[in-house]
Structures are given as C-alpha cells and as structure tokens.
Design a protein around this ligand. Structure first.
Ligand SMILES: *Cc1c(COP(=O)(O)O)cnc(C)c1O
Length: 341
C-alpha cells in the first residue's frame, strides 16, 4: 500500500476528505447493513431533524501507526458505548457496538494510505456521527437517520513542542445540572462557540467552566477534562454528572494507578482549591494531554507552580506513558489496542 504524498509533519487540525467513508441508514424502524462509499456529501430533507432540532451526536478517536508498522485504534469499544448513551438521550436509534466497530475498522482499513506513518506525530482522526435525516416539523424524533464514519489526517496538535496554555474562567455555563453535559451532542458545541470566541478574542486557549448549579466547582473545558496533581503527587480529577466521560481521562486514571503507582482521587474539585495544585492539565483525544500554566478569573490569576514554560513532571510521565501505549512501545492493558491491519 502506497501512502498518500502528504507533508505529514505539517498537517494541521482541519478537514481533508479521504477516499472512503462508512454510511448506514435507519429507515422503517431498522438500520441497514451499511457499507463504504466515496461520497463525501450528504443530501437530506430541508426539514431534517438534525437541521431543525439539532438531533445529532458524534464521537472522536484516532488511528495510529505503531512502531512495528501496524495500524491500530485505541479503545474504540468505549466510543461505541458512549455513542449509545448519547443516542439514547437524544432519542436517536442506537447503533450497535458491533456495527460501530465494523464501521470504524472498515473505514480505517480502506483509508490506510491516509494513516500517517509512525514517528510523524500525525494521526488519522476518525469522526463517527449520527444524525436525524427524516423530516420533522413538530418537535419529535426524526423518522430516519444516518450513521456516518469518516476520517481525516491530522497533524501533531502541538507544533514545535508542547507549551502550557492559559485558560479563562468562563462567565457562561457549559452544561445544566440534569442536562446533556455527559453526552457528546452537537448542541453542546453549538452553544460553546460564543464563549469560545470570547476567550479566544482575549488571547486565551480555552474556557474553564464551573458547575452551573453552584458555580463553585471545576467541571471541564469545551472539549477536554481536567487532571490536577497535588503537591504530594496525587492525581485529582473532577467528578460530576455533567462532564463528558473522557476516554483519555479514564485511561490516564488507570495508567496513574497501575503503571505509575500514583494515588488517584475522583471527587468534587472546588475552584478555591485549584491554586493549591502543583500541576494542571487538560486531556482528550485531540491533544492527549495539554499542560495548563495559568487560569485568569475576574479579579485574579492562578499561576500553576509548574509554570508557563514546560509541563510538570507527573503530567510528562502520564503523557509519555499513554503515547507509548498508543504507539505500541509500552505494553497496553488487555483490550486497549485494536489492531486493524
Ligand atoms: C470529546 C470530549 C472530551 C474528551 O473525550 P475523549 O474521549 O478523551 O476524547 C472531553 N470533554 C468534552 C466536552 C468532549 O466532548
């Protein structure tokens, strides 16, 4: 298989259509088998559920080339499970784990020429999405749906090394107490665009959101969970029903305990406590781990002791271990790596 002639090291995080995508349709109460297609556009009713009432959810994962040249995905079964819980909450007929995994496997395999080579720092980003295509004018679940899995090669998230980022404490809320914060719904992103614009226009990388009910506890950013490290080396991560259960975060918690022998606490994290931590980081599929150097809020700044020049030692260790597992240099726990070809 001949790789595409791309400058892998220079790729950004943008959409580059690849040759194939998997598409399945739900009609008359059931999903068809689905299969690969070259067609990258979607045609549907102007009155589709996704267009009128934002009935859509998605997933995000990556395919990597390992040191010994194999193409693998990382814990795709957890993406399949999470998409089922998103679908349930949005009244979308769920895609079985079997179909989800088959769709991801087939799409990646068909686009193997687009999977960046080992060592390039780039990966093939996989975007499964599920949306209402049938017409609805009264507020109701759509009668028809599409499940689509497409891929796009993406560059190393951090070009020229990983630099700690600066966050802004948002004046907006991300997720209501009994709302949709714990599912990967498109609607959670639509309403984060304006707060994101406000943060970016002031020079911040991201917003830190607090819980909407009390505005005292740390939740997450628009698209990544938090990890904090205490001065005595304990890993602390916010526990809340309104944050998105990040697969990267759940994996890092396991790695901290079982690979690095660290103590982990999943608990409520008051914003008041953030100033006492030694290190802070964001985690998610896109960037894996990004260190946080400072957080500005109305009336002050929290400077994380690890600073704005480099990540702290525990953050570095966590990052090296998870990347090593994903790239096949460190032995993975049973079932974490799914070999595709
Ligand atoms: C996708 C997402 C994350 C990260 O989850 P991963 O499974 O680690 O990629 C975190 N927060 C939000 C709001 C997300 O949508």
């Amino acid at each position: 298989m001949e790789k595409k002639d791309l400058d892998w090291g220079k790729l950004g995080f943008g959409y580059i259509p690849t040759d194939y995508r998997f598409v399945a349709h739900y009609k008359a109460g059931k999903w068809d088998e689905g299969g690969l297609t070259g067609e990258s556009t979607v045609t549907m009713s102007e009155c589709a559920g996704v267009i009128q009432y934002a009935q859509t959810c998605f997933e995000g994962l990556k395919a990597y080339t390992t040191k010994n040249g194999r193409i693998v995905t990382f814990r795709p079964d957890l993406n399949a499970e999470r998409m089922i819980s998103s679908a349930k909450r949005l009244m979308i007929p769920e895609v079985s784990k079997e179909m989800f995994l088959r769709a991801v496997d087939e799409t990646v395999k068909a686009n193997a020429a687009w999977v960046p080579p080992y060592g390039s720092g780039a990966t093939l980003y996989i975007r499964p999405c599920l949306f209402g295509t049938g017409a609805v004018i009264g507020v109701a679940p759509a009668p028809e749906y599409e499940f689509r899995v497409f891929t796009t090669p993406v560059g190393p998230y951090f070009k020229g090394g990983i630099k700690p980022i600066r966050l802004m404490l948002s004046q907006y809320d991300r997720a209501a107490p009994h709302g949709t914060g714990d599912i990967k719904a498109g609607l959670n992103y639509a309403m984060s665009l304006y707060p994101g614009h406000v943060a970016h226009s002031k020079g911040y990388s991201e917003n830190m959101y607090l819980d909407a009910a009390t505005r005292t506890n740390v939740e997450e950013t628009g698209g990544a969970n938090f990890l904090f490290i205490t001065k005595d080396g304990t890993v602390v991560t916010p526990k809340s029903h309104t944050i998105l259960p990040s697969i990267t975060r759940r994996s890092l918690v396991y790695i901290a305990e079982h690979y690095l022998g660290l103590k982990v606490e999943e608990r409520v994290v008051p914003f008041e406590e953030v100033k006492d931590f030694a290190e802070a980081a964001l985690c998610g599929t896109a960037a894996v781990i990004s260190p946080v150097g400072a957080i500005d809020y109305e009336g002050g700044t929290i400077s994380i002791p690890s600073g704005m020049d480099d990540m702290g030692p525990v953050t570095r260790k966590l990052r090296e271990t998870i990347v090593g597992i994903q790239e096949g240099e460190i032995e993975a726990p049973e079932g974490w790596i799914r070999e595709i070809c």
